[in-house]
Design a protein around this ligand. Sequence first.
Ligand SMILES: Cc1cc2nc3c(=O)[nH]c(=O)nc-3n(C[C@H](O)[C@H](O)[C@H](O)COP(=O)(O)O)c2cc1C
Ligand code: SF4
Ligand code: SF4
Length: 255
Amino acid sequence: MLGIYFSGTGNSRYALETFLRHYNSSAKTVAIEDKSAAKLIGQHQELVFSYPVQYSNIPKMLKDFIEQNSRLWNGKRIFVIATMALFSGDGAGILARHLQRYGAHITGGLHLKMPDSISDVKALKRPLEQNKLTVKKAERKIICAAKHMKHGKPPQEGIGLLPHFAGLFGQRLYFMGKMKRYSNKLKVDPAKCIGCGRCAALCPMCSIRMEKGKAKAGDRCTMCYRCVNSCPKQAITLLGKKVVAQGTTETYLAP
Ligand SMILES: Cc1cc2nc3c(=O)[nH]c(=O)nc-3n(C[C@H](O)[C@H](O)[C@H](O)COP(=O)(O)O)c2cc1C
Ligand code: SF4
Ligand code: SF4
């Protein structure tokens, strides 16, 4: 068994690692941006796939990864974990359908509410203590799902026609345009940037480069929010104009 993940701020990675610790502790995990990912997937028949929902859709980088490696999915048995801040409708279902198109057999789906990663928009921001409780609650749900999976009854969240309609009409149709191409909206405030290079090193799309001691945003952003949440000077924004509250899963797991 292999765990695969795409994760901007750590929620989806945490969900996968926690799930596997309770389901199959010998399973390896790999990020889709890791160079060895395709080779490892090729070596395993049973997979657990974890990712963050974006507007009831799949991040562009993940969609491209699935398509570029389309021959890898045929005959695989895949369980899907979708993390989200509030609502996806069919978070597990939409990834499941993409994989099914290439011959995968979907064993089930799990939806997990986790802290919101959009750190420059106020709407879904919650206090630190509340985010810590959200992660604790998700952990309990993951352990329960792993137990059911062990008994041959994997959860089926987000799979099927009703969730499909909820995701499609809930928000996917409305935001479809945002998800068709990579974003060129990332902004770095040069007055705040101290040129530490952290953002450039962390970006899974290599869409940030350092130029004359400052970070410069490119136009291949998959909106993972990793850089926005990690910049020590709050110099980066994407959907909003100002960083409201930064956080990664590690922040919420700290005692
Ligand atoms: C661009 C973007 C769009 C998002 N859209 C949704 C959404 O439609 N529904 C939702 O509940 N959460 C949404 N979120 C929140 C993330 O899905 C959530 O915080 C997720 O757990 C982040 O996981 P990660 O740390 O693995 O990246 C969105 C986040 C981003 C960055
Ligand atoms: S992480 Fe922030 S401070 Fe560091 S280079 Fe990037 S934008 Fe500048
Ligand atoms: S530029 Fe930032 S938000 Fe965009 S893909 Fe890279 S790390 Fe993620």
